[in-house]
Ligand binder design. Sequence first.
Ligand SMILES: *Cc1c(COP(=O)(O)O)cnc(C)c1O
Length: 365
Amino acid sequence: MDVVRELPHLTFYRGRVAMYAILKALGVGKGDQVLTQAFTCLAVPEGIMATGASPVFVDTEEGGVNMCPTDLASKLGPQVKAVILQHTFGIPAQIVSIKEALAGSRLPLVEDCCHTFASTYVNQLVGTFGVGAFYSFEWGKPIIAGLGGSAVLNDRDLRQRVESIWHTTSEPPFVSVLKVQLMYAAFNRLYSPSSFWKTRRRFRALSKSGVAEGNYHATEGVSEEFGYRMSAPLRKRLRAKLVEAGQLVERAREIVAKYESAPLSQRLKRPLVPEGAVPVYARWPLFAEDKERLLAIAEESNVEIADWYTTPIHPLSAADWKQVGYEPGSCPRAESLSAQIVSLPVNQKVNQSDIDRAMELLRDL
Ligand SMILES: *Cc1c(COP(=O)(O)O)cnc(C)c1O
């Protein structure tokens, strides 16, 4: 399937809204459970909970950033109605083992492709392994339209049901579209790897003041955004960006090839990439022995190194995990992963000097 050609069709207000529509179309609702990995962002449990179902968290794999097939098998039960499989940072999950763990249960697999539309696993594109997949086009994702998401379905009946749900959505309010457009323009002007820390400080101040559209909401009650589609101007931008999708992938590969060929300090480790997986990265992740220290050095040296996910349910701190039903200690690998993970940018604004400065820092750490 040509996923890129499919992306502009079933678009929703956000990636989580596209996921919500897929789950609704699968009949997921109150009293049901949806399995998803810990070491994810709040958007995922938020979208699951919007259907009335509860998220149940599966731990991450040994040495990697994706779902552990063994832990998945241990969490299956009669209330489980679907599984969300995330390809974190663009690294494909162990899809074959995951499918083996699900064999016999007939549970639908929905792929979270928010970090990649182009990675492959045993020569097959991610997003084509399950009944459907969802994508996101906000800041930090491989294709940036400002805000928005898309559902791609591999099953004709399911696609028709998601289409019916799409027809019940409406254009978002003008003020929200305007905010997104202003944010997009500001980010486009202000962001580059060398202005990352400064832009981040400014953006946080704006978010706090309510001028900028924040990323997450209180998880009580279903937010109105689950009834919105992607706005017409953002859809238009998405279509324009998709024309360059091939170049985006090429550039991402070039940047990562440079990161991968540079020497690394002993204090850093690269995450597992399963055999047969060819990732196209959204960001290039590393495990750091002392994450706090590395981030402090990066900020001081003005090198873009990001900290997410900072918790198993980013950005929720431990006190708020119960909001989404995450039991402290239930996914120990995901918890220690959050304490070690850092990542480098892989986007159109990264230039050779950014790469050189980052790799010098990571070598001499
Ligand atoms: C960004 C993201 C989402 C949801 O994206 P929104 O468009 O913000 O709803 C879901 N899953 C993952 C892994 C993401 O990175």
